[in-house]
Design a protein around this ligand. Sequence first.
Ligand code: NAD
Ligand code: TDX
Length: 341
Amino acid sequence: MKSVMITGGAGFIGSNYARFALEQHPDWKVIVYDKFTYAGNPDNLTDLASRFKGRYTLVRGDIADREAVFDAVKQHGIDIIINFAADSHVDRSIEEPGTFIMTDCYGTYELLEAARAFKIERYHQISTDEVYGDIEPPGRSAEADPLRPSSPYSASKTGGDLLCLAYHRTYGLPVTITRGTNNIGPFQYPEKVVPVWVTNAIDNQPLPLYGDGRQMRDYQYVLDHCEGIDIVVTKGVPGEAYNVGSGVETTNLDLAHAILDLLGKPYSLIQPITDRPGHDRRYAVDNNKVRGLGWAPSHTFAQAIEKTVRWYRDNESWWRKIKTGEYLDYYKRQYGGREVK
Ligand code: NAD
Ligand code: TDX
């Protein structure tokens, strides 16, 4: 049995990956280590304890807390760390950069220190295409390209990436990195564009669209991303980064239309609002390196968005529980008074 620590495993992608890993690797024990910030949700993991008896453990802890991290790594005899833990929302990083630097940079440092101290077999960092900054069409960001992050979020993630590469070069730590594009699918906190729009549309509420809506993102299905991560963890070369994305970009306006079409709602629900400061226009990745390890996406954009919309329609109790109290304060702070006529 291998002991695999999935930090940030109570969030969106981490919880999908924890389930995927337990299904795919009968010889893995999974230890989810999570601070349970507003984005960490025990409801994302409810099926795991009974489905994977004896192979799944949940530990509450902060990745920036050395003692807690070292205790967990030692106590569970960790062989592999896969770090999903992060503050992950660009708009919140514009409002409050400090927590992003603390978690995404400093927290990564503490995990790397634990990996080094306990000589673990693999440290894998979940990174993002945002580290490259935006790129003009028809360009695509490749792994060796310069990193030009735009937001406090992406700058903090870039700091995490560079620390990982430095620990490989300096200490020989067996580190790999995946730089994923925008994920969509079950359990995504309704601050990211897709769950905000889908849940608003279900309730006939406006879909806030930043600026002219012509920004482009590569929206991939979360389980495709999980497969890419898994291939890199098991077959990737230490010291290397790998882009994981479908290679297909969609404008935000086309995304809004797709969601409204799937729900049978009118386009008049789209509400243009003032743009995000420093908003990256287009991300696009070259995914040939991860394809070289045998990965390919299993979902087209149309399939990914259809499955995602269906999940939010079928799981209203999951998101209605979130869209109360603190969330409504956030929503008002984030979107209030930004309407553009
Ligand atoms: P999320 O915000 O849904 O989940 C983050 C999780 O990390 C939460 O469970 C939270 O409680 C936990 N966490 C936060 N700070 C912590 C700390 N200090 N110690 C321990 N746990 C902590 O995020 P997500 O969308 O699932 O993203 C997961 C990872 O993937 C992040 O590293 C993010 O940068 C990266 N990523 C996300 C996307 C995307 O589209 N969502 C795309 C590419 C990369
Ligand atoms: O209400 C909105 N209206 C809108 O037009 C929101 C929340 C977003 N947008 C736009 C901004 C972006 O162009 O939609 C696009 C996607 O926005 P987000 O969902 O906030 O994602 P993004 O900023 O692209 O970052 C995401 O992908 C990379 C994740 O949040 C990151 O964690 C990941 O690293």
